[in-house]
Design a protein around this ligand. Sequence first.
Ligand SMILES: NC(=O)c1ccc[n+]([C@@H]2O[C@H](COP(=O)([O-])OP(=O)(O)OC[C@H]3O[C@@H](n4cnc5c(N)ncnc54)[C@H](O)[C@@H]3O)[C@@H](O)[C@H]2O)c1
Ligand SMILES: O=P(O)(O)OC[C@H](O)CO
Length: 354
Amino acid sequence: MDSKSFSNSDSKPIGVVGAGSFGAAVALMLAKKERVIIYARKESTVHEINSSHTLNGKEIPKNISATLEPKELCEACDLLFFMIPSYGFQEVTRSFAPFLFPYHVIIHGTKGLCLNLPAGTDLNTVHRMKRSQIMTMSEVILEETVVVRIGCLAGPNLSKELRQGQPAATVVASKFNEVILEGQRLLRSDKFQVYGNSDIIGVELSGVLKNIIAIAAGALAGLGLGENAKGLLISRGMVEMIHLGNALGGSIKSVIGLAGIGDLVTTCNSVHSRNYTVGYRLAKGETLTEIVNDMEEVAEGINTVQIIKAFLESSELRAPITENLYKVLFEDLPIGDALQFLMKYPFSVDVDFV
Ligand SMILES: NC(=O)c1ccc[n+]([C@@H]2O[C@H](COP(=O)([O-])OP(=O)(O)OC[C@H]3O[C@@H](n4cnc5c(N)ncnc54)[C@H](O)[C@@H]3O)[C@@H](O)[C@H]2O)c1
Ligand SMILES: O=P(O)(O)OC[C@H](O)CO
């Protein structure tokens, strides 16, 4: 295949890695254009898809099949959508690496971060982190595989709404225009708009950082506070995302686009958001351990708060919402106290990033 262009026009199936909420939603959209093969780690999931054409009991199109084998997926597909949470991303990427070649294209939809730490150390032992110790998923793919044409899918994309066929839009970000064009060709429909952006790091970070603010928004709702307070949180949260995103290597433009402010507004307002739900339940008096033990799906923001707090320890930057949320999540600071602290924080300039 010509390395400068990419088109799935020879009608190879599209691979989807991960059969969770978002993987399923994206597989259903892709299946409107091409055959899809899902990689899942559970034999029961693969069996259900292949034998009854259902996933979690819901009917799916017959042009979606499934496999347990990374090798089979990589041999059948040139384009793979990686739709797994950050906690499994490195492991899954490593299991695919032996079967990936430079002609493959990977687009991921993960809104979390991984760590680049020496063996035997982790988030619980390293409390100060430099940027080089934090990895976005495109950086993980570059590190672990020979694939170079990498994209990221991010935007206000609650999987429940996507599965209901409600109108939405997303961003496909990549340094390679052919990746953006192929993402647009495959995903665009009269219900789904797909924008392009070349700042993949900025788009990845936008999707990652909005989860922190979404937890805080859920907490405000759980405290019974109104829309004025939410407007305040969203606007200050956006400023915090801009400064953090910039410090971590993303452009301001990406944060004020669909993947940043667009997703921030959606996630801060939806009971379907897992991150919002974590904040809401905390404010209602549950502990973080109780909430996490009871959640079947991932709320990426919890890990992200820890990682960004460790990054802040090694930088001059201040991020008061993230720092206070860290204290609420991991140091038992009452949410009311965190809110009082933020209300007295000397934010004085409204917009300080343009
Ligand atoms: N659900 C949404 O609305 C949504 C929307 C946009 C982005 N995202 C992002 O997509 C990512 C995935 O979210 P989700 O909602 O699909 O999560 P989920 O918890 O519903 O599903 C995760 C899937 O990944 C699989 N998985 C996890 N670790 C694995 C491993 N080591 N090997 C193989 N499979 C593994 C699980 O089995 C599961 O099928 C997250 O980073 C999330 O932030 C989710
Ligand atoms: O359920 P959440 O909080 O992971 O949010 C899902 C998506 O990121 C919304 O775009």
